[in-house]
Design a protein around this ligand. Structure first.
Ligand code: NAI
Length: 465
């Protein structure tokens, strides 16, 4: 192998974890290559995940507002309609701009891009198999696995990846389904279910558990369920789906203890699983845990020397920003020996209307761990800016240690809370107490005052209620 084909770091996968790791490694002076099997860079997040879903959430939200929300402001509309093709084209253009942007960043940082499927071929060697079948060997002092995840399915569900599909298909339905059945009331089901409901579909969400959004603070999830039901989304909880299939130009979904449901489209959103197919892990002795994940130590090192892994293929929440931060930490560990991600301050956001956001421990987790805490909450209904916006549903809840007052968790449901959560994350990262947030000056009138009031409420001192 020529020196030209030898790199300090070869990254497999150009999703948010992989491409950010490559950039950070290049910044630190490592000769870096990144292998990607899809024509566009950016991974699931940019191509068929976070970004296109947010584009459609915004378009469908504006349409729903114009349909139902404008009249409260004294704005009358008539003959309102939408052009789905144009909406989808706008989404695709945003994706194209961003994925193209990643290629630009690779050029800027002199990262060599290899197009094809990457596989490890023993210590220090990676093979790139191009679409035409040709293979090229690369030498790698370090290898980073950042191959992400793929849609999980259930036994009995016959995916045709069209009528019965996952999130990728639901981002591009050619027409609004009359009836969409969503299997799984997690993040994907609620976000994409919301999009198609706003555009006119009847949406039925079937969830195995007796609640929606497992993992989210139970009180917040309960409020969210009531608001989504008010928006017309239909939920059947505690339902075990046993089968789903396409039948001509419609679909049938079977579940225990109820009649089969007929629908135009089925969105299967019951989770994602790590993607490690054909990666050659066995050539360096890496094994998977029982959930198909690669285990790493706190330096993101796998069991094989000089092979690292980040993002959805390792344990932890499957979130783009978690993968990005791990990418930075991993590059820094390789180049300098130091790098760290704080697992306790990774925020989560669900981009429904209203949004849901959180960081740190839920009340259930604190109770289970026997940690004494005080909770303070404040509703958006008592906030001037929320009133002016006409978006008063929801609240912010701050959980602080009963003795030290240190913030242990912040949970939000309400307008733009995906943006507001940043302040709570920064506060927790700096080890803030609820009193610290309460004594920080917040601009008036802004939504952020709800966080300040919730922090005051931990001590029973909220000012505007
Ligand atoms: P999820 O794990 O969020 O939710 C899956 C849901 O399906 C759960 O409520 C589960 O109880 C339910 N379920 C499982 N088996 C079932 C069955 N047999 N019948 C009915 N319901 C069943 O998974 P989702 O929504 O597919 O998302 C996958 C990943 O993508 C998640 O890890 C999520 O964090 C990530 N993601 C994050 C987004 C964000 O941060 N805004 C947006 C979209 C996805």
């Amino acid at each position: 192998m020529s020196a030209e084909n030898h790199y300090d770091l070869v990254v497999i996968g150009a999703g948010p974890g992989g491409y950010i790791a490559a950039i950070r490694a290049a910044q630190l002076g490592l000769r870096t290559a990144c292998i990607e099997k899809e024509p566009e860079l950016g991974g699931t997040c940019l191509r068929v995940g976070c970004i296109p879903s947010k584009a459609l959430l915004e378009s469908s939200f504006l349409y729903a507002e114009a349909s139902h929300g404008f009249s409260a402001h004294g704005i009358e509309t008539s003959g309102l309609r939408f052009d789905l093709d144009k909406m989808l084209a706008r989404k695709s253009k945003i994706v194209k701009d961003l994925t193209g942007g990643v290629r630009g960043l690779f050029k800027k940082h002199k990262i060599t891009e290899y197009s094809g499927h990457g596989r490890i071929d023993g210590p220090g060697r990676v093979i790139v198999k191009a679409k035409d079948g040709s293979e090229q060997a690369l030498g790698a002092t370090n290898i980073l696995i950042a191959t992400g995840s793929e849609v999980s399915t259930l036994p009995g569900i016959e995916m045709d990846w069209d009528y019965v599909g996952g999130s990728t298909e639901a981002l591009s339905y050619p027409e609004v389904p009359k009836h969409l059945v969503v299997i799984g009331a997690g993040v994907i089901g609620l976000e994409l279910g919301s999009v198609w409901k706003r555009l006119g579909a009847k949406v039925t969400v079937l969830e195995y558990l007796p609640r929606i959004l497992p993992g989210v603070d139970a009180d917040i999830a309960k409020r969210a369920l009531a608001l989504f039901r008010r928006q017309g989304l239909e939920f059947e909880l505690g339902v075990k789906v046993t089968g789903a299939r396409r039948n001509g130009d419609h679909c049938v979904v079977e579940a225990e203890g109820r009649e089969p449901i007929h629908a135009d489209r089925v969105l299967v959103s019951v989770g994602r699983r790590p993607y490690t197919e054909g990666l050659g892990l066995e050539t360096v002795g890496i094994t998977l845990d029982r959930r198909g994940r690669i285990t790493v130590d706190d330096h993101l090192r796998t069991s094989a020397p000089n092979v690292y892994a980040i993002g959805d293929v390792i344990p932890g929440p499957m979130l783009a920003h978690k993968a990005e931060d791990e990418g930075v930490a991993c590059a820094e560990i390789i180049a300098t020996g130091y790098g760290h991600v704080n697992p306790d301050t990774i925020p989560g956001v669900v981009y429904t209307e209203p949004e849901i956001a959180w960081v740190g421990k839920t009340e259930e987790e604190l109770k289970e761990a026997g940690i004494p805490y005080r909770a303070g909450s404040f509703p958006f209904a008592a906030n001037a800016r929320a009133k002016a916006l006409g978006q008063t549903d929801g609240l912010v809840k701050v959980l602080a240690h009963a003795e030290t007052d240190r913030v242990l968790g912040v949970h939000m449901i309400g307008p733009k809370v995906g943006e507001l959560i940043g302040e709570a994350v920064a506060a927790m990262e700096f080890g803030a107490s609820a009193e610290d947030i309460a004594r920080t000056c917040h601009a008036h009138p802004t939504l952020s005052e709800v966080l300040k009031e919730a922090a005051l409420a931990v001590d029973g001192r909220e000012l505007n209620r």
